[in-house]
Design a protein around this ligand. Structure first.
Ligand code: 26W
Length: 822
């Protein structure tokens, strides 16, 4: 590994204590007697931030003097979670801080709970970006994350009478101790207006965009501390602000009140994160958000480049690579073309050459409803010059397609950036492939499907362009910090270097059959379950049986992820127990965490159904010693950190071919949970690593799904032929779970019948149920289960995000580490 080993802490306990108290006095204006946990949290952050900023200065100096090539990670989402514990771990100051605060009479655990999550993302894609910037800093790679400084992150979820309610997330209300405003790097961004065509003296046609309005982008920097504390990179997030001469199309010389309207409109751009995950948001504001952060970031990159290289563009692609996290930042491609052609006056071919050596694109989904398209009319209104440039890119690309497939109009209309539907649409996926030098999927099977199903012709045209980089997770947050007891046990067995070289965990495999180690490992799991039970009690009032199997499904609520398949199986167990009170099963607690997009009605209905079924089962003394169901509200990074260490079983049950990769699957397995999963996304690679004996695979494969769909899938066949399925679905339509309100859960039933069930829940039900019986049998054999759990932790080395980053460095970015001197 290229990463640095953790150093001895830069401060001892006494020095840290003094720094915290000094900040309590001089930054917070309070004292040890008056301070509450929030003040202690802020003072502790401030003390840690001093060291972080020292590292930041050294890193920036080093990068500047070495004139390093850097990756610029463009992402509309960064799901960072909390930073204090992470920064302390990465600076090797966690123990010191714990001791320092203890001596001050303060509990570090309580202090850490004061920090609001930085929830500037929806789910997998945003959390992946957060893991990647952690790994980049740890591996001492010059890198910067660029995104949006949303005032409100993903909504806070409350559950009222079983239903999801969305409340605003106000993560910055009492200040964010980590961020630094950089007014010296403010950028201006144009919007709306029209394009003027001019004829220059050299006979050259010149285009000039006369914007209708201009907004300011204010950068906020969040330091990203690598493990070992040497490299400190930055995450730069842009906040929109009125430029003062903002005038939305027609300049309005109105007075003070009108000026406020302009301020509000400018500030709206970075107000809120779109809560849609996997469904296209088709909103003007979302396009403006995307353009806003891309334009600010490109100006920032070019300013930095010019400081070192002046007007000489010839070295730009040696210094700059931009990774597009899905198509959300794809508008950066025509924006760079505009800068190079209209502003720098490079000729088109030269500009296009630079562009296509600068961008690389990661695809995160094959779901058609998640592939972004913008109405050409909308682009024309907001970004008139960009639409022209997109047409020009497309025109030249169509000529290439004509060369490769002469006269083939079907291929042309498929590959065109412009979809000629009743309303002309701009396909951002096609633009991203055409404008990038590399395109990657996020797990082997997903990348294969990207090549075979999504972009087959692009793959023929450019056989080197499409590739795979399997996702990963940072073991610092997702094992070392979230599961201190397991980490300490691992340290004792194999030393403490595994957070930097996760493959070392294989050294645990020799202890998988060792009775003493099995006991120690399962004792840690048991303690973590007791701790989660306490959290469950606090959040829901429910007392769960900690001898039961903790069976966890945590991820966004979506039909393709099939939380409702899990629910059907729970209902089957409930029925079996009612019909046969001696039905033989080990007690199990099914635990869910999931947010639904606010406009996704069926997803919200499934949350409601889970909660109503949970209420009934948990209050039914006939079954509740064996079966309990928990829905934990407001699933988020900090809650995941409490749930994952306590999981016995990890539910990864998406329809084969639908989950691009998954990353929760990796976090759970790393913490010793055994997966019940389909052959989908990274589950396939997890199965390869842990071996068939240590995972429960069920369900249709990608090929079988395709075959069934081709033949014509009819869920009603399963309903009428399978008495258990019929009984369960009919049960949902009664008022059994919603007394006095028959039909309250009927939408879930009807979504699965008569031309419904698009994700084949009924087709996979029996196979799932059989897999769950195997889980039950395996868990009852304590030795067998302990071995499986240990083997899961031992074999997860591949899934460190350090490996993913190494793959990107080798196959896409071509970066070299820059060693930062201390
Ligand atoms: C336009 C609305 C929208 C918003 C977000 C469409 C699509 C998205 C993302 C692509 C959703 C997402 O987070 N995808 C997940 O990305 C993870 C990281 O690669 C994968 O592990 C998940 O399988 C994938 O669903």
């Amino acid at each position: 590994s290229t990463a640095a080993a953790p150093e001895t802490p830069k401060l001892d306990k006494g020095e840290l204590k003094a720094a915290i108290v000094r900040h309590l006095h001089c930054t917070l204006g309070t004292d040890e007697n008056k301070a509450n946990n929030h003040a202690w949290w802020k003072a502790t952050c401030a003390a840690i931030q001093e060291l972080v900023l020292e590292g930041l200065r050294k890193t920036q100096k080093s990068h500047y003097f070495n004139d390093t090539r850097a990756v610029h990670y463009f992402s509309a989402e960064f799901l960072m979670g909390r930073l204090l514990s992470n920064n302390m771990h990465n600076l090797n100051l966690f123990e010191t801080a714990n001791d320092a605060l203890t001596e001050l009479g303060i509990s570090l655990t309580d202090v850490l709970e004061e920090e609001p999550d930085m929830a500037l993302g929806n789910g997998g894609l945003g959390r992946l970006a957060a893991c990647f910037i952690d790994s980049l800093a740890t591996m001492e790679m010059p890198a910067i994350g660029y995104g949006i400084h949303y005032e409100h992150g993903l909504f806070r979820q409350e559950i009222k009478n079983g239903a999801q309610i969305e409340r605003p997330d106000s993560w910055r209300d009492y200040g964010n101790p980590w961020e630094i405003c950089r007014p010296e790097s403010i950028q201006e961004v144009s919007l709306y207006g029209y394009v003027e065509t001019k004829y220059g003296d050299n006979g050259r046609i010149q285009k000039e965009w006369h914007p209708g309005s201009i907004v300011k982008g204010v950068p906020w920097d969040i330091p990203v501390v690598g493990y070992g504390g040497k490299t400190v990179n930055v995450l730069r997030l842009w906040q929109s602000q009125s430029s003062g001469y903002f005038n939305w199309d027609v300049f309005n010389a109105g007075g003070y009140v009108d000026a406020q309207v302009e301020n509000v409109q400018a500030e709206t751009i970075s107000k809120v994160l779109y809560p849609n995950d996997e469904t296209e948001a088709g909103k003007e504001l979302r396009l403006i958000q995307q353009y806003f952060f891309c334009a600010c970031s490109l100006k920032d990159i070019i300013r930095r480049y010019k400081r070192a290289h002046g007007d000489d563009w010839s070295r730009f692609t040696d210094q700059v690579v931009i990774q597009l996290n899905d198509t959300h930042p794809a508008i950066a491609i025509p924006e760079l073309m505009r800068i190079l052609v209209d502003r720098a006056e490079l000729d088109w071919d030269k500009a296009w050459q630079i562009c296509t050596k600068t961008f690389a694109y990661t695809n995160h989904t094959l779901l058609p409803e998640a592939l972004e398209k913008w109405p050409a009319r909308m682009l024309e209104k907001i970004l008139p010059r960009h639409l022209e440039i997109i047409y020009e890119i497309n025109h030249r690309f169509m000529a290439e397609v004509e060369k490769k497939w002469p006269g083939d109009n079907a291929i042309k209309s498929k590959l065109s950036i412009i979809e000629e539907s009743s309303e002309k649409m701009v396909r951002m996926g096609n633009l991203s492939v055409i404008g990038s030098f590399r395109v990657n999927g996020v797990a082997e099977i997903h990348s294969m499907l990207v090549k075979k199903n999504l972009f087959p012709e692009f793959d023929q045209l450019w056989p080197e362009k499409l590739t795979n980089v399997t996702n990963g997770i940072t073991p610092r947050r997702w094992l070392k910090a979230c599961n201190p007891a397991l980490s300490a046990l691992i340290d004792k067995k194999i030393g403490d270097q595994w957070p930097l070289n996760l493959s070392q965990l294989t050294e645990l495999a020799v202890y998988a059959d060792n009775k003493t180690f099995q006991k120690q490992f399962m004792k840690v799991k048991q303690d973590n379950k007791v701790a989660l039970a306490q959290t469950i009690k606090e959040l829901t009032g429910l007392t769960v049986n900690t001898d039961a199997i903790f069976d966890i499904q945590i991820k966004r609520l979506h039909e393709y992820k099939r939380q409702h398949l899990n629910l059907l199986h729970i209902l089957a167990l409930y029925r079996r127990l009612l019909e046969n009170p001696s039905y033989d099963m080990h007690p199990r607690v099914f635990i869910f965490g999931a947010k639904a997009a606010p406009g996704y009605t069926l997803a919200k209905d499934i949350i409601f159904a889970i909660n109503k079924v949970a209420e009934k089962i948990n209050n039914d003394p006939r079954v509740n010693t064996k079966l309990q169901v928990v829905f934990l509200p407001n699933y988020r990074v900090s809650l995941a950190e409490k749930m994952i260490p306590a999981a016995d079983v990890s539910e990864q049950i998406s329809t084969a071919g639908k989950e691009a990769s998954g990353t929760g699957n990796m976090k759970l397995a790393l913490n010793g949970a055994v997966t019940v999963g389909t052959l989908d996304g990274a589950n396939i690679e997890i199965a390869e690593e842990v071996g068939d004996d240590n995972i429960f695979i069920f369900g249709l494969t990608v090929d079988e799904v395709a075959e069934l769909k081709r033949k014509g899938y009819s869920p009603d066949d399963y309903y009428y032929k399978n008495a258990e399925i019929k009984a369960i679905l009919d049960w949902l339509e009664t008022d059994y779970f919603t007394p006095g309100k028959p039909g309250a859960l009927a939408s879930v039933k009807h979504s699965l019948l008569s031309g419904g069930d698009p994700y084949l829940c009924l087709a996979d039900f029996d196979s799932y149920s059989a897999a769950q019986e195997q889980v039950d049998a395996a868990y009852r054999d304590k030795t067998r289960w302990a071995k499986m759990a240990i083997m899961n932790t031992a074999m997860m080395g591949k899934f460190t995000s350090d490996r993913s980053i190494k793959d990107y460095v080798d196959r896409v970015w071509n970066l070299t580490a820059c060693i930062v001197e201390n």
